[in-house]
Ligand binder design. Structure first.
Ligand SMILES: Cc1ncc(COP(=O)(O)O)c(C=O)c1O
Ligand SMILES: [Zn+2]
Length: 423
């Protein structure tokens, strides 16, 4: 019982007051708990928020800790050794908008985070809460980006990490995890197999914080900061529509929660927003449930190049369905060919090289515009959640690398580069 006995009796997690069950509403004190003791439903952090002004937030650090009063983290978190993720660019995407016939489109480019994906946000919050609760080791099962973020955050904080991934991940994600040191396990199985193993290990090692398993309620709160930043960067306004990639579904659900909280706190004016979820067809259990009108998500065996989104049994799937139905959005999926085509469109039209998850999001944006479910005239934000440099194999077969020439004017002219600026 190391985590419980070493932990302060009441962890100091800012304005967080406890945990409540997302299914039955039963409440539990703050602590290393993730499942309701009444119904086994997932737990969520609740708060007693202070009055907070835009100016107070704007005076904070240029990272997610500017929203520390809205997160389950100690008040002095900005002074602790963390990777300081967040406050990534919100890019006005006029080039892509013109291609798609849209009026006002923005890209929230989370490839700009310290390990180049939005996972640095959730890991930073999980690490802060886990440390406060007495955990000694930071761990995770991962589809790749989370592995990068956990290994880096643990190295920064000077604690041990145990990171587990499916062995067939992209080489770039393997190398960019291994480089941080820590214990790195590649498993002969898919993500859902790795996740099951992690759950068993979490039961055996009570001082290991598996960020997305036994400290999941705290971890997931980190994605609210995407919603906060988008609103702040739009000048304290909410967009009309947002398109978010879905694996476990936590990111989508928490962006919606972030918008709701800002509205309730009076930090943005109340206005309706629609949330849309994006999956790859080869792993689209939530899109399937949406299309069929189901409330539950039927697990699938993933088979897609969008490996970061390859979660066949998504923990937050039913809550994604709730959010998109409540807001009037949708969930859709696109094929691997469309993912690659959309990655290239994003790069070519906008100068943003997103990973396969970004291709999924742009692909679904195109699809839902074509079907009329997304309004081309409404202000829209899409999330680019990771960096294309980590999934080079996806585009390698389609990108033409020109043959080399001799370093002479004659060779340059003979190759025809000047004729219409051939590429
Ligand atoms: C790049 C990227 N985008 C999106 C997601 C989906 O996040 P979530 O599991 O919160 O739905 C992941 C998950 O690993 C990811 O790596
Ligand atoms: Zn419950």
């Amino acid at each position: 019982m190391t985590a419980q006995t070493d932990a302060p009796s009441v962890p100091r997690l800012g304005n967080a007051t406890g945990l409540s069950c997302r299914e039955c509403g039963n409440t539990t004190p703050l602590g290393p708990y993730y499942a309701c003791e009444m119904c086994f439903g997932p737990l969520e952090v609740c708060y007693d928020f202070p009055r907070l002004t835009r100016a107070e937030i704007e005076a904070g650090p240029n990272n997610i800790w500017r929203y520390a009063p809205l997160l389950p983290v100690p008040a002095d978190i900005a002074d602790r050794p963390t990777t300081q993720p967040g406050y990534t660019k919100l890019i006005r995407a006029d080039g892509l908008a013109a291609e798609l016939g849209m009026r006002r489109l923005w890209i929230k480019d989370d490839s700009g985070n310290p390990t180049h994906s939005f996972k640095d946000r959730v890991v930073a919050v999980a690490l802060a809460a886990a440390t406060e609760m007495g955990f000694k080791v930071l761990a995770c099962p991962s589809t790749g980006n989370l592995a990068n973020a956990v290994a880096a955050a643990a190295a920064r904080a000077g604690i041990r990490s145990v990171v587990m991934v499916p062995a067939n991940l992209e080489l770039q994600k393997i190398l960019t995890t291994a480089v941080y040191g820590g214990t790195f396990v590649t498993v002969d199985g898919n993500y859902d197999d790795v996740n099951r193993l992690a759950s068993e290990l979490a039961g055996e090692h009570e001082d290991w914080a598996f960020v997305n398993v036994n400290v999941r309620p705290y971890y997931a709160e980190g994605s609210k900061t995407l919603g906060y930043e988008i609103a702040e960067q739009l000048g304290w306004r909410l967009p009309d529509q947002i398109v978010v990639p879905v694996a476990s579904g936590a990111q989508l659900v928490k962006i919606d929660k972030g918008f709701t909280e800002l509205t309730e706190l009076g930090l943005v004016e109340s206005s309706p927003w629609k949330v849309f979820g994006a999956q790859a067809t080869g792993c689209s259990p939530v899109s399937e449930a949406f299309a069929q009108g189901w409330d539950v998500v039927r697990p699938v065996k993933p088979d897609t190049i969008a490996k970061s989104l390859a979660i066949g049994n998504p923990a937050d799937g039913p809550y994604v369905l709730d959010v998109v139905r409540r807001t009037g959005g949708a969930v859709a999926d696109v094929s691997d060919d469309e993912v690659v085509d959309s990655m290239r469109l994003l790069a070519r039209s906008q100068g943003v090289f997103g990973e396969t998850a970004g291709g999924v999001t742009v692909g679904v944006l195109r699809k839902l515009l074509a079907s009329g479910q997304l309004d081309p005239d409404a202000e829209t934000v899409i999330i680019n959640s990771g960096d294309g440099l980590k999934t080079l194999d996806a585009v390698a077969p389609t990108v033409i690398v020109p043959a080399k020439i001799k370093p002479t004017m004659a060779a340059f002219q003979a190759a025809g580069f000047e004729d219409g600026l051939l590429s």
